[in-house]
Design a protein around this ligand. Structure first.
Ligand SMILES: CC(=O)N[C@@H](CCC[C@H](N)C(=O)O)C(=O)O
Length: 375
């Protein structure tokens, strides 16, 4: 088998977005085939892979999940192994997540685990969400593939390599995508009086949306509204007939999410009146919060005390979203951040995590999964 660094770089070259991870699936399957043992069972679900590693003397099933999709971001790292899929990038570290999971497959191919260990290569974490339909499929048709406990990691550029950061309870936020379309009347730039300018309406709406955080949400609560993309008009001397805003909203509780949505709807109605236009809202996909089971989170931190090269850190919750939350709603487990030491953050075109994290995390997770005991 190639080294984990080579595998990570190969995967980095071929980022694919949610449910289009065909090359990624093929690449992963070829390595799994190379490592295959008689106690391995491979199942496919859409572009995902579920690898069941039968335990030698199992008393429960423990799961490990790695997400496999990339993002529609144009890479700007200048690395010799940068993305060959122009306009797409592994800008959230899923190339690392997959390489670590492959490292675990290799470790379990060399020494069979005692408990049955299931590795889930899950598509579409960035959107529209693969965890929920994957879980529902297993609950409906393949209960044998469901674990008793489930764990996952996410790289954290802001922490040094070796940091294992997690907490009991809420780790990541409730999220909802947000797509707003505005429709007015276009025309010549010199005659605004004959038009309904959707660039001006959209710009105003963006500013008003931010008041939901500052004026409607309890200051002791937290929320985020980010408009990551705005599209309007065609050319500099024509007034835009249409505009589209694309973003995401984040809250620490389901109640605050409802409040945010109510306020977004009210502000869109007011924009319709103010600019005499039509506004429609689509919430896209929503993710349930990542809520770590108390014992499971504590065991991760305890293991990080013991494994050479890892340091536990009880971290605060973050406004990140993760469809892993849907798994944790049904199955006890936990997620953690692992230090990646990159000057650029997640979803940045220059993200460059430190490859030193690969071996350390394989060792950490392998020991954690092998030693895990029910409490
Ligand atoms: C770990 C991470 O960065 N996850 C994404 C999940 C995105 C969900 C969805 N597309 C949305 O934007 O709400 C994140 O942006 O936190």
């Amino acid at each position: 088998m190639k080294s984990l660094v080579e595998i990570r770089r190969d995967l980095h070259r071929i980022p694919e977005i949610g449910f289009q991870e065909d090359k990624t699936q093929k690449y992963l399957l070829a390595i799994i085939e190379e490592l295959k043992k008689c106690y391995f069972q491979v199942d496919l679900w859409k572009t995902g892979i579920i690898l069941t590693i039968q335990g030698s003397k199992p008393s429960f099933k423990i799961g490990w999940r790695a997400d496999i999709d990339g993002l529609p971001i144009e890479e700007n790292t200048g690395l010799p192994y940068e993305s060959t899929h122009h306009g797409y990038m592994h800008a959230c570290g899923h190339d690392f997540h997959m390489a670590i999971a492959i490292g675990l497959v290799k470790a379990f191919s060399e020494q069979q685990p005692i408990n049955t260990t299931i590795i889930y290569f899950q598509p579409a974490e960035e959107g529209p969400g693969g965890a929920k339909p994957m879980l529902e499929w297993m609950q409906r048709e393949r209960k044998d593939l469901l674990p008793d406990y489930l764990f996952a990691l996410h790289i954290a550029p802001e922490y040094p390599v070796g940091t294992i950061a997690t907490r009991s309870g809420l780790l990541f936020a409730n999220t909802s995508e947000l797509f707003i379309d505005l429709h007015g009347v276009g025309g010549h730039a010199a005659f605004p009086q004959h038009t309904k300018d959707m660039t001006v309406a959209a710009a105003n709406l963006i500013m008003q949306l931010q008041t939901i955080i500052s004026r409607n949400l309890n200051p002791l609560d937290s929320g985020v509204i980010t408009i990551g993309k705005m599209v309007s008009g065609y050319v500099q001397n024509s007034i835009a007939e249409d505009a589209r805003l694309e973003g995401t909203i984040r809250t620490m509780s389901a109640e605050s999410m409802l409040l945010m949505k109510e306020r977004i709807e009210a502000l869109c109605k007011s924009i319709e009146i103010a600019y005499d236009c039509e506004v429609s809202i689509d919430y896209g996909s929503s993710y349930y919060q990542v809520y770590n089971e108390d014992n499971c989170a504590r065991m991760l931190l305890e293991t990080a005390e013991k494994v050479a090269g890892t340091t536990p850190y009880e971290c605060p919750p973050a406004m990140t979203g993760e469809d892993f939350g849907f798994f944790l709603k049904e199955i006890p487990g936990a997620m953690f951040w692992t230090g990646a030491n990159s000057p650029y953050g997640l979803h940045h075109a220059s993200l460059q995590p430190d490859e030193m994290l690969l071996d350390i995390n394989v060792r950490f997770v392998e020991q954690f999964l092998r030693d895990f005991k029910k409490r």
